[in-house]
Design a binder for this molecule. Structure first.
Ligand SMILES: Cc1ncc(COP(=O)(O)O)c(C=O)c1O
Length: 407
């Protein structure tokens, strides 16, 4: 972007003060409203009601599994609960270890702690923000029960490399270490010709209101190709009741509680899935256009899509130069907010030392790369329905803020 283009974009202004992580990350229209009304009307019959593992749920699961390319999908009430369920399927014992990134949302380490095991933090690759397989390999021990990458901010983790490490270091009792993906932010991304959600033992998605699609603000899904796992997840989701599982003949399928999404959520989810290709394409187009506009802006590390990967750009992640880590990064964000009305989010600082519960229960972990990345990272707003002019304004504002801070 040259100086004139920047001046023009700034002069035009911005149509909306976009939240850094827009509260509605998807798009809702009349079709969603109609699906809600239709489902409510059909549920008013006392023989029908809102219950519970009903055709809408099965239909949504079939459509989601088909979109991702897996055999099975178990819909749930959110990715947080889904990560808890994933940890339950490992039958963890105190002393067991699960490897997670620290540049991460707090959900996966909390899920590990919730099952009384220990999260072991591995470093990320600062270019991709995803787990660095080399550091994962250094952190594997005979107590490692799972590797849980978070597909960070829209980009898939290197699943093949992580699965290979899992195979190379089998657990003495359980065999190859499984890889479980936290895909809460990364619906729609691709990895070596597969959609995120396909590689690994299972992947957990979120349909929270900020995510790529949303089932009325909350919801999620777990995808897998492992039938036994899908059956166990269905049991956990619905009080261990085989009647609501892939294998109704099983007498007991283990412990269970209630992690269901509702019938209305599933009905709306079916409409949202139809929008998914378009929502992802819109984010990609805006993000790649923004990267082209920011090319050459001094010192910034822009989002990176390695060969064979396509990001879904849940967030647009930038790193300031190393010399700007911390205070200067914060000053840049302040200039953007106060002088240009562009609010950014730090997504995410390292959780091993910034989330008190995690720091207290998984102490003594040394992650200099994650600490540094946490002090360099910032994410300006992106949304599938952001007008091109706003995207240009945001790029111009970043350029100007960087130049102001540099001079
Ligand atoms: C990476 C990641 N994992 C897990 C979650 C939890 O998802 P949910 O809100 O659906 O429980 C979120 C955020 O919402 C997230 O960003």
């Amino acid at each position: 972007m040259n100086e004139k283009q920047r001046k023009d974009a700034l002069k035009r202004g911005i149509s909306l003060e976009w939240p850094p992580e827009p509260i509605l990350g998807s798009y809702y229209g009349e079709e969603e409203v109609e699906a809600i009304v239709k489902t409510v009307r059909a549920s008013m019959d006392p023989r029908v009601g809102f219950g519970f593992i009903c055709e809408e749920i099965w239909e949504f699961e079939r459509a989601f599994a088909q979109w991702v390319g897996t055999e099975f999908c178990v819909s749930i009430n959110g990715a947080g609960g889904g990560l808890d369920m994933a940890m339950m399927c490992l039958d963890l014992e105190p002393g067991d270890e699960v490897i997670v990134p620290s540049i991460n949302f707090r959900a996966s380490p909390l899920a590990v702690l919730g099952q009384r095991a220990t999260p072991i933090f591995a470093e990320i690759d600062p270019k991709t923000l995803n787990l660095d397989p080399n550091d994962v390999e250094r952190k594997v021990t005979p107590r490692t029960r799972a590797i849980v990458p978070t597909h960070m901010n829209g980009l898939s983790a290197d699943m093949d490399a992580l699965e290979e490490i899992g195979r190379r270091h089998p657990h003495p009792k359980y065999g190859p270490i499984p890889v479980i993906g936290d895909a809460a932010r990364t619906l729609g991304a691709t990895y070596k010709g597969t959609k995120v959600g396909k590689k690994g033992w299972m992947n957990i998605f979120s349909f929270h209101t900020q995510k790529m699609i949303t089932t009325l603000g909350e919801g999620g899904a777990i995808t897998t190709d492992d039938r036994d796992l899908a059956t166990r997840l269905q049991g956990i989701r619905q009080f261990g009741n085989p009647a609501h599982s892939y294998d109704p003949k099983l007498r007991g399928i283990g412990w269970g509680s209630n992690y269901k999404m509702t019938k209305i959520q599933a009905a709306v989810g079916l409409v949202q899935i139809k929008r998914l290709d378009d929502l992802v394409a819109r984010r990609q187009r805006l993000a790649r256009a923004r990267t082209a506009m920011l090319e050459g802006c001094p010192g910034l590390q822009l989002p990176y899509e390695p060969e064979g990967y396509e990001s879904s750009f849940y967030l647009y992640t930038i790193l300031v130069p190393k010399e700007w880590a911390g205070e200067k990064r914060d000053q840049l964000m302040t200039i953007l907010k106060e002088q240009y009305k562009v609010e950014c989010v730090v997504a995410n600082p390292p959780v091993h030392n910034t989330v008190p519960y995690i720091a207290e229960h998984a102490p003594g972990q040394n992650l200099p790369i994650s600490d540094e990345v946490g002090a360099r990272i910032f994410c300006p707003p992106i949304h599938p329905y952001m007008p091109d002019e706003d995207n240009e304004y945001i790029a111009a504002a970043i350029w100007e803020a960087v130049l102001k801070l540099r001079d």
